[in-house]
Design a binder for this molecule. Structure first.
Ligand code: UDP
Length: 264
């Protein structure tokens, strides 16, 4: 079954469930418009609306969510679940409910930064190795002139640091919080702090700061277009092989169980 989400008063979005895990059938443009309206609403309410979570999903997420009910809850209750990995795009098509396109976290982050620059929205970059978030902020400012970086801080996903991090974000008066602690840590971090996060939107961005600053290289455009970005990542970061075993397992389970799986 396809569930319909309220995107904005004038637009409705639908989602598909892959092995019980939600994927929204959205374009990048719809994601950006939705984020824009969430931030505008947050500002109009004088920061009174509660923070909304954004997830960029790939097959590793779907498989992790099979064994981790809290992670699955993060995804299924998020305000938006973008189809980031080519595997979920394939699965949605296989299940007869295709996503209009693949929407990657790193490309969306760059376009969101451009939108923020135009609207004066403030971005906070949290996570990655020390100094990387600051460098990613500078790179985003080069790509989106006029962008206001409210703050950048590595911190850590350890629960003991949460209070201090949230205080930093509050003082920075940010609108959007990008969290780069890798999945599922970043998405779990956002979910358990959601009710007290002093921003309109919080999104897990994985290795985006590393890509933006050139610490990690993205696959050549042609490989991205062919849906082979995962293969390039495996070539660049071979230690990922164990995590990437999730990919064939995911494909087999979608074929065997996908069409029988319940929504939610
Ligand atoms: N990271 C971090 N603290 C941690 C674990 C990871 O800051 O305790 C950062 C790491 O430096 C990297 C980011 O999390 O910048 C994302 O890592 P990865 O590429 O593994 O995430 P993925 O894109 O696979 O979700």
């Amino acid at each position: 079954m396809v569930k319909v989400l309220n995107a904005s008063p004038t637009e409705q979005l639908s989602s598909v469930y892959v092995l019980g895990v939600r994927v929204d059938r959205v374009t990048q443009q719809q994601v950006l418009d939705r984020l824009d309206s969430l931030i505008a609403g947050y500002r109009a309410s004088q920061q009174q609306t509660s923070c909304q979570q954004l997830i960029t999903i790939n097959p590793e997420f779907v498989m992790a969510a099979q064994r981790d009910p809290f992670f699955r809850q993060c995804i299924n209750e998020a305000a938006l679940v973008m189809p980031d990995g080519i595997g979920v795009v394939w699965a949605a098509r296989y299940l007869g409910k295709p996503t209009p396109e693949r929407v990657t976290g790193v490309d969306t982050l760059v376009d969101l930064a451009k939108r923020c620059a135009i609207k004066g929205y403030r971005l906070y970059l949290l996570g990655a190795a020390p100094g990387v978030a600051e460098a990613a902020g500078e790179r985003l400012q080069a790509l989106a002139p006029g962008l206001l970086i409210a703050g950048a801080y590595a911190g850590s996903p350890a629960p003991a640091e949460e209070d201090e991090i949230i205080e930093r974000v509050r003082e920075a008066q940010a609108d959007v919080l990008c969290v780069a602690y890798g999945a599922p840590a970043q998405d779990r971090w956002i979910k358990r702090n959601l009710a007290r996060l002093p921003v309109a939107v919080a999104m897990g961005v994985g290795g985006s700061f590393d890509f933006l600053t050139g610490r990690q290289q993205r696959a050549p455009r042609m490989m991205q277009k062919l849906g082979l970005e995962w293969l390039y990542r495996l070539y660049r970061e071979p230690w990922r092989w164990r995590r990437m075993l999730a990919l064939p397992k995911f494909a087999i389970q979608v074929v065997l169980k996908g069409r029988k799986a319940d929504d939610a």
